[in-house]
Design a protein around this ligand. Structure first.
Ligand code: AMP
Ligand code: ZN
Length: 119
């Protein structure tokens, strides 16, 4: 069924507690944890508890949960104290864009200058 946990999905395992993660925030619908390979002084991933392969398919199926992910991205930025200096929220979508984990996730990056365009 859509949104159900996938046995072979790393982020479903983090949601289930079967793989450890440094969790910084949790809600009924989301989990936020530190990226294992940070690309900025603050680099947190916000994921929905439900499994969808990317942000667009999450928004299509469960728009309220997609909104929860975005709201939590802002809450993470505030908690990490990067909201005032500026931060970036990224949804890599597809292998050509660098997506490696096919469970929707927002990267929240901050704490350094963030060039634009990002490349
Ligand atoms: P993406 O490449 O956009 O799919 O993002 C996947 C992110 O997950 C990468 O930035 C990885 O560094 C990160 N990552 C992979 N495994 C883990 C893990 N066990 N805990 C935390 N972050 C992870
Ligand atoms: Zn998953």
């Amino acid at each position: 069924m859509a949104g159900e946990p996938q046995a072979d999905c790393l982020f479903c395992k983090i949601v289930a507690g079967d793989v450890p993660a440094t969790v910084v925030r949790e809600t009924a619908t989301t989990v936020a944890f530190r990226d294992i390979n940070p690309q900025a002084p603050s680099h947190v991933l916000v994921i929905p508890r439900v499994h969808y392969p990317d942000a667009a398919s999450l928004a299509e199926a469960e728009p309220e949960t997609a909104a929860d992910v975005l709201r939590e991205a802002g809450a993470v930025a505030a908690q990490e104290k990067v909201a005032d200096s500026g931060y970036r929220v990224i949804f890599n979508t597809g292998t050509g864009a660098g997506q490696t984990v096919f469970h929707a996730h927002a990267h929240v990056l901050g704490g350094r200058g963030l060039a634009w365009p990002p490349g």
